[in-house]
Write a new protein. Structure first.
Length: 225
């Protein structure tokens, strides 16, 4: 496999909870090194049976976050991220702070479940603690949620890296939830059928390097602040 001349079609499915810079940077990097390659990006939606797609070879790699990633697939850890809450700057909690009871009873916005009865990693962790938050809005388009938060009293709880991309663009700020969460872990998953593929290995290396570069730039920004 020679990326400079390959006309390979790379197919990947990705969670939109990822850093909004992740996929643009990945596509840019792939096209720079493999200009003749094609890239198909699929959402991790309610009708996306990613295990089956990986097994059939219609998807090369799946990128997302799981509390317990599936054990029947190969996985590579990309990064871990602190769980935080994003709120509008005018939200009362910015001024007053909040305890666990106030946080749970606040108006939360969450992604639409991937299938009936499904819980995301936030609600899965809360359920394990015997807690339930008050979700008053759901949206299937994660990238639109920060703008909804900016003009309301909604609370978005997700990874810090995702939230920090919006603090300079919107009147929002980041608060620490009063409930303790484990770090949110992001992985890439692939099937045994593509494990030894040179093209598949090259794609996974690009995913890994983009994740590392975004974490490095985030660390540099944090140190500068």
């Amino acid at each position: 496999f020679d990326p400079a001349t390959a006309s390979h079609v790379f197919s990947l499915a990705a969670s939109d909870y990822l850093d909004p810079l992740f996929l643009p940077q990945l596509v840019t990097q792939i096209k720079a090194q493999a200009p003749n390659a094609s890239i198909d990006i699929h959402p991790l939606s309610s009708d996306a049976d990613y295990r089956n797609h990986l097994a059939q070879g219609t998807v090369d790699v799946v990128i997302g976050n799981w509390m317990r990633p599936p054990e029947d697939l190969h996985l590579g850890r990309l990064f871990g991220d602190e769980v935080v809450s994003l709120v509008a700057k005018h939200h009362p909690a910015v001024r007053r702070g909040w305890d666990a009871e106030a946080w749970l009873s606040a108006e939360h916005v969450a992604p639409t479940p991937t299938h009936p009865g499904a819980r995301g990693v936030i609600d899965e962790h809360l359920a394990g603690l015997g807690l339930t938050r008050h979700i008053t809005a759901r949206c299937p388009h994660f990238g639109l949620i920060p703008a909804m938060v900016a003009g309301s009293l909604l609370v978005l709880t997700t990874g810090r890296q995702y939230c920090e991309r919006f603090t300079a663009q919107l009147p929002v700020t980041i608060l620490t939830p009063p409930v303790s969460f484990p770090r949110m872990m992001y992985y890439q998953l692939w099937h045994e059928r593509t494990h030894a593929s040179k093209a598949g290995r090259w794609l996974r290396d690009q995913v890994k390097s983009v994740a590392a570069s975004l974490r490095a730039s985030e660390s540099t920004r944090a140190e500068a602040a």
